[in-house]
Design a protein around this ligand. Sequence first.
Ligand code: FAD
Length: 444
Amino acid sequence: MDQEVLPQTHHMKSAEQTTCCIVGSGPAGAILSFMLARKGIPVILLESHLDFDRDFRGDTLHPSILEVMDELGLANRLLQLPHTKFSLVAPPATAGSGLQFDLHDLKTRFPYIVMMPQTRFLQFITSEAQHFPSFRLVMGARVEELIEEDGQVRGVRYRAQDGWHEVRALLVVGTDGRFSRLRKLAGFEPIASSPPMDVLWLRLSRKPDDAHGLMGRFGGGRALIFLEREEHWQIGYIIGKGTYQQVHAAGLEALRQTIAETVPDFADRVVELTDWKQVSMLSVEANRLPRWYRPGLLLLGDAAHVMSPAGGNGINYAIMDAVAAANILTAPLQTGQVTVADLAHVQRRREWPTRIIQTIVNFMQESLLKAALDPNGSFSFPSFLGWPLVRKLPPLLFGFGILPEHVQQEERRRPGWSPVGTWIVGTIMLLTLAWIIRRLMRRS
Ligand SMILES: Cc1cc2nc3c(=O)[nH]c(=O)nc-3n(C[C@H](O)[C@H](O)[C@H](O)COP(=O)(O)OP(=O)(O)OC[C@H]3O[C@@H](n4cnc5c(N)ncnc54)[C@H](O)[C@@H]3O)c2cc1C
């Protein structure tokens, strides 16, 4: 039996009991809280920060997310908040390849990507959740300990400005992001892959006659992505893994020059870049947990699998995890009996879509990005991307990802396929996809 060890110094300011304690109010935690609270399930959402202020995060709301918002009755109000949106995606090329992917062809009410600061999105979801009496959000609550008894997680202890507090719960969900404290406390070790890049995010102003949407310039050792925002361009300067110190040492002028040379239209705007504080470095990581749960504890979103930012997968898959978890766990939480089989069902449902997209993104990063970042290499997109049938795939993947989830909290969901069946089908799909891509790459 695991002994509950309570450090002598902890004097609890409060001790609460709830049904579901969710740790971390990022996209996964906020959506899961909303979905459980709307079904009357008592939820306490603990967020370590005092506000939702966060810069340069996954700010893309994909059609899959917008459909979920619609199913939850939130889409119209969400789209009244300031945002930009785009349907045309020009894959990065040396000087604009003319190749474009169009999301208009997708069969959905929302054939576009909405760009909205994550701060605004999270404020919106949590303030909508406040309408449900069973929801409570605690800001400034840093979870530092798990309460474990009899081999089962029974709750958490968090530190707030006024001291320590305790929350006991039937289920604890860790949605506390890429540096997940709960993952460490549970003793889980992620399997990491090493993407060959890091990203420097920065902003430059927009002009009325600029192009719209998402665009990029790759080649000659440089790779830049441009995302249209409300009043500016969000620019991702992709650099080789671990080379930030070199870029920094070369100086701000060198960075300005690189942008100006790569995209001459921006030459007159690079003067806006006057301080390294305007540049935010994202160390691109990708990893996944072999196991997402223990009795009484489930990890979701970045805490279970860190995604490369390529394709906006981080926010999309975090939210899809939350929707799947709410669908599967609503009935068990309502009846007060969450079994390990229920938690395993959530992992089974979400793990293989996550692994497939990680494999595709790894492959693209390894082959295409490496070529783009090689100063002596030449870079061009494979011509098969322009083929009529093939060009329908990127908008589908970008818009919906693999296995988009829908809100289905009404009935008790039974585990569908057996784990073995899921893995056989997943592996066959992966191998087939890798084989097709290899054949096509060789031909072009
Ligand atoms: C600089 C940056 C740029 C990014 N750019 C992109 C991008 O362009 N495209 C993309 O798709 N993704 C991007 N991402 C990743 C994307 O933001 C994440 O994949 C997504 O937000 C994951 O959602 P989540 O809910 O799982 O976790 P997070 O959004 O990380 O939320 C975790 C929450 O848990 C809280 N927390 C952490 N520890 C504790 C604790 N001990 N107690 C209580 N609360 C805690 C955190 O404060 C945070 O609010 C970026 C991430 C970063 C950091």
